[in-house]
Write a protein that binds this ligand. Sequence first.
Ligand SMILES: [Zn+2]
Length: 78
Amino acid sequence: MKCLICLQAETVDRSISVILTRGEFRLTVSGVPARVCPHCGDGYVEEVVARKLLSLAERESALGVLESALEYEGDMLG
Ligand SMILES: [Zn+2]
């Protein structure tokens, strides 16, 4: 798929780290599957992945910690 930002290059599948914040809470998720543009460096996460990341942030922030780090797993939230 062509990069939607620069329209200069085809995006490639890569794993990236995503940082989610919610108030004071901060969650780092590594190994998130994404499409990254080799030209401008912009990365896209698929909607289903984005939804999982949000659920994860909600679950982790409910634990009462301020900072958390996880490895992304595709089947972690059903
Ligand atoms: Zn681009």
